[in-house]
Design a binder for this molecule. Structure first.
Ligand code: GCU
Length: 128
């Protein structure tokens, strides 16, 4: 089966907008978080069973500066200030993967801009 994909444009967005003006996204667009600390995208994720998963975040950062984000799973910090470095252009998308632990059933995965730049543009997450 295909890996579960969760498009950022379908997630809960706090201080950000769905846009489609930079090519290469999947789904119908991506999220441009406001350039403020605390802007976030939160994904509601269902898991058949508890345990570790590889979480892959697809993003673009067309600036020359890092756009670190705080990653929480079910409200608990999984990684603070995870780096989302420059990808070369806003139309160049990169994957950033790490291991997270999910509960059986409903989970929330939130990516919050850690600096006044806000986050990078977020396309989707995948869980495998
Ligand atoms: C530009 C770009 C946006 C991006 C923004 C930013 O405006 O077009 O897609 O989100 O920069 O710096 O976050």
């Amino acid at each position: 089966a295909a890996a579960p994909r969760y498009e950022a444009e379908d997630a809960t967005i706090f201080q950000g907008a769905v846009e489609s003006n930079h090519a290469g996204f999947t789904g119908t667009g991506f999220v441009n978080s406001d350039n403020v600390a605390g802007s976030y995208v939160e994904f509601a994720v269902n898991a058949a069973r508890s345990g570790p998963r590889t979480l892959t975040v697809r993003y673009a950062n067309g600036t020359t500066a890092d756009r670190p984000m705080d990653l929480t799973v079910n409200g608990v910090v999984a990684q603070a200030g995870r780096s989302f470095g420059p990808t070369g252009s806003w139309a160049s998308w990169a994957d950033s993967a790490l291991t997270v632990t999910l509960n059986a059933g409903a989970n929330t995965i939130r990516l919050t801009g850690a600096t006044a730049y806000g986050g990078p543009n977020l396309d989707r997450i995948t869980l495998t």
